[in-house]
Design a protein around this ligand. Structure first.
Ligand code: KIV
Ligand code: NA
Length: 266
């Protein structure tokens, strides 16, 4: 398998080939993802919830992100590795650069994902990109803003809110982001932003028209405690192994079978 690269993701968007992204937190799951031919592995700060059992992603530290990213990097060869900037590690440009340097240089990520489009975030996207650190922006239902939102609520439902998210999408692209993760927005807005941007848009609960999809690996294996989120699907159900489940997810994203309407918001 040829290594997945940042320019390669742009070619995939141009050619209309869907991008498959999935989270991983350790070397064994990374090897499963690698073997299944997933394009992008994400060490998400969702590990705070699904690995650590916390109520939100906010307690996750930079040291923990560096640790898990190091583990995942050891399980990958061709898969592109993205690491999340944890809560407050991007409180200003200097801290964002410091954190980016550790996640790339020490842990082995190829790209850093940052939530939001506040002025200091746009400045950090620009500063990282200038230093040849590719950035994945993250908009919509950004989990680090849970207290601001008052819960994990779909974003961009009202007309004004939709225009705001679209404006933020243009802003992160303008700041230099290489790709965008768009989470928890109505499918019509997911489609609109995907068509408006030059950079690939990877959706999670953002409808089927995005350039790719991402899920939390434990959600799509049906082992996350509690109710499965609407935008996810249990790919292990009726299958014999985790490897088969991940391969089925990759197939369904590439064919457009996932997500279906039942996994999307109107
Ligand atoms: O932390 C995470 O797993 C994420 C994805 C759900 C996009 O940010
Ligand atoms: Na995250």
């Amino acid at each position: 398998r040829r290594p997945v690269t940042v320019p390669g993701l742009h070619v995939m968007k141009a050619e209309g080939r869907k991008i498959v992204m999935l989270t991983a937190y350790d070397a064994s799951f990374a090897a499963q993802i690698e073997h299944a031919g997933v394009d992008v592995a994400l060490v998400g700060d969702s590990l705070g919830m699904v690995v650590q059992g916390q109520r939100s992603t906010l307690p996750v530290t930079l040291d923990q992100m560096v640790y898990h990213t190091t583990l995942v990097a050891r399980g990958l060869t061709a898969t592109l590795l993205v690491a999340d900037m944890p809560f407050m590690a991007d409180r200003d440009v200097a801290h964002a650069l410091e954190a980016g340097a550790r996640l790339i240089g020490e842990a082995g990520a190829a790209m850093i994902k940052i939530e939001g489009a506040a002025p200091h975030i746009l400045a950090s996207i620009h500063a990282l990109t200038e230093r040849a650190i590719p950035v994945c922006a993250h908009l919509g239902l950004t989990p680090q803003s849970v207290h601001k939102f008052g819960g994990y609520k779909v974003q961009g439902r009202a007309q004004e809110a939709a225009e705001r998210v679209l404006g933020e999408a243009h802003a992160v692209q303008q700041a230099g982001a290489s790709i965008l993760v768009l989470e928890g927005v109505p499918m019509a807005l997911g489609e609109r932003i995907t068509k408006a941007l030059e950079i690939p848009v990877i959706g999670i609960g953002a409808g089927p028209q995005c350039d790719g999809q991402v899920l939390v690996v434990y959600d799509m294996l049906g082992i996350t405690p509690g109710k499965r989120p609407k935008f996810s699907k249990d790919f292990l159900a009726g299958r014999g192994s985790i490897g088969e489940a991940i391969a089925a997810y990759a197939d369904d994203v590439r064919s457009g079978a996932f997500p279906a309407a039942e996994h999307s918001y109107n």
